[in-house]
Design a binder for this molecule. Structure first.
Ligand SMILES: [Zn+2]
Length: 268
């Protein structure tokens, strides 16, 4: 596949990088990334992946754009109120970069459909806002041997980590089980600074891009935390030993997907 003149110009700042080059840009154009949740994390992540020329981007979310979303979900605008989020996201991504094939899934991601959704993708982004969804995505990705980037944000704090099969711990290795329902407040209850989605969602895009290019070190085996009030990033090394994990360990006890309460994947 040769680049068009327009592509050479559009991606010139990538192509000039030795870590990308024409070869890397082609890898991006041939890559397929699925974003689960078209919210505060999914919005900036989707826009940077589209701008980067990731050739196929799937986006899954069942919601419509609501006025209270616009403080952080910058892929949607005031004109999109009431529109399906996946449709609004697709329009913004294609305005930004018509090269990108955006595939929309207007659905809650559940134990019933997740294996089918992730199977054609190279990398998955967890942009959801609740623990049952995060565990569902983790377990499905471990079972399907798909790499994914987890992230979570609340108030002025955020975190992310990347799972690559065989390369380090999964989300369940670290967080074990979802906390009891209502034990941890949601962003709706506790609030979140909109720019937090921008910081952490952009880092998720960066992880996907590095994975596709095969460049740099991913957040496998470590958890990055960000405290915006203290302006502090911390990279916490995670235990290497994953053999006792009930899903990714040597003798898994979780062998089918669990439907925790409210296991519906919505964008944060
Ligand atoms: Zn594990």
């Amino acid at each position: 596949m040769a680049f068009s003149n327009e592509q050479l110009e559009r991606y010139s700042r990538h192509i000039i990088l030795k870590e990308v080059g024409a070869k890397g840009q082609k890898k991006l154009l041939n890559a397929k990334v699925l974003i689960i949740g078209a919210g505060g994390l999914g919005a900036p992540c989707a826009m940077y992946l589209a701008a980067a020329g990731v050739g196929t981007i799937g986006i899954a979310d069942a919601d419509e754009v609501d006025l209270s979303n616009l403080q952080r979900q910058i892929i949607h605008s005031t004109d999109d109120l009431g529109k399906a989020k996946v449709q609004s996201a697709k329009e913004t991504m294609n305005h930004l970069n018509p090269d990108v094939n955006v595939i929309t899934y207007r659905t809650f991601v559940t134990s019933e459909n997740i294996m089918d959704l992730i199977k054609d993708y190279d990398f998955i982004i967890d942009g959801t806002d609740n623990f049952p969804a995060k565990f569902l995505i983790n377990d499905a990705c471990v079972m399907a041997k798909k790499p994914f980037c987890h992230a979570g944000i609340i108030r002025f704090k955020g975190q992310l980590m990347t799972y690559v099969p065989g390369e380090g711990p999964c989300y369940r290795c670290v967080f074990k089980n979802p906390p009891p329902k209502d034990a941890v407040p949601t962003c709706k209850q506790a609030g979140v600074i909109g720019a937090m989605g921008g910081v952490i969602g952009s880092l998720q895009a960066m992880e996907a891009i590095k994975y596709i290019l095969g460049q740099g070190k991913l957040l496998t085996g470590s958890l990055l935390t960000y405290d915006a009030l203290d302006m502090e990033f911390r990279k916490i090394k995670l235990p290497k030993n994953t053999c006792n994990c009930p899903v990714c360990g040597d003798h898994p006890t979780i062998t089918k997907l669990i439907d925790y309460e409210q296991a519906e994947c919505e964008g944060i």
